[in-house]
Design a protein around this ligand. Structure first.
Ligand SMILES: *[C@@H]1O[C@H](CO)[C@@H](O)[C@H](O)[C@H]1NC(C)=O
Ligand SMILES: *[C@@H]1O[C@H](CO)[C@@H](O)[C@H](O)[C@H]1NC(C)=O
Ligand SMILES: *[C@@H]1O[C@H](CO)[C@@H](O)[C@H](O)[C@H]1NC(C)=O
Ligand SMILES: *[C@@H]1O[C@H](CO)[C@@H](O)[C@H](O)[C@H]1NC(C)=O
Length: 181
């Protein structure tokens, strides 16, 4: 899910450096970044949620998929999209892209544009506002992760506006959520 250097531009105002990991545990959001609203109703970070979704059937990605980013402030690190070899509906959907974007920002990193994230995706495995499988027990997908993209990337402002908007939202549903934009 990450690599040292990328030929991609990232959503960033100061250039980019590429993603790299530190250690072998799931990334932890830094309180200083102000993204604690990205946690789901089980108080799990977007990094943990994305990691758990990948670990479960049908993605079956063993190991840590969202290792800690190098977390020096504004390190410009980010998580990369799928390679051609593992392009699948697991990675080519806006739900996991949005969770991944939040996971990068909440660690003081960056995130890719959707067009960059999906560089190795195909129309036949790409999903919008939908997670392709059932949601494993032990996690939930926060409502904001189902929002549409804006201008080709994850809109953190719209997401935050929706973070607490749906007290009754069933995070276990599969498919589209109707969210306030
Ligand atoms: C895709 O494969 C690469 C190389 O083996 C790996 O680093 C990455 O985690 C994989 N991504 C997914 C989503 O399986
Ligand atoms: C997030 O952090 C801020 C600042 O520390 C705090 O005021 C707020 O209550 C926290 N929100 C959640 C949902 O934990
Ligand atoms: C993923 O694991 C589940 C449960 O072990 C299995 O039924 C399924 O076939 C696996 N999927 C793939 C693509 O290997
Ligand atoms: C999806 O599209 C790609 C690229 O056109 C193709 O290589 C692949 O076989 C297609 N997969 C399926 C399941 O149709």
């Amino acid at each position: 899910m990450y690599r040292q250097l990328a030929a991609f531009a990232v959503v960033s105002f100061t250039g980019f450096q590429g993603a790299f990991a530190q250690g072998n545990s799931v990334g932890v959001c830094l309180a200083s970044t102000g993204y604690n609203w990205t946690t789901n109703s089980m108080n799990q970070s977007p990094c943990q949620v994305a990691n758990d979704l990948f670990a479960a059937d049908p993605c079956n990605q063993s190991g840590v998929s969202y290792p800690t980013l190098n977390s020096t402030p504004d390190s410009q690190s980010y998580y990369d999209g799928p390679l051609a070899s593992n392009s699948s509906a697991c990675t080519c959907n806006t739900v996991i892209y949005s969770l991944t974007s939040a996971c990068g920002l909440c660690q003081s990193g960056k995130f890719l544009y959707w067009s960059e994230w999906t560089d190795n995706c195909y129309p036949n495995n790409t999903l919008y506002q939908e997670w392709p499988a059932s949601i494993p027990s032990g996690t939930t997908i926060p409502p904001w992760a189902y929002l549409p993209l804006v201008n080709g990337y994850w809109d953190n402002v719209a997401a935050q506006n929706n973070a607490y908007a749906f007290a009754a939202f069933d995070e276990k549903i599969r498919g589209k959520a109707i969210c306030k934009t």
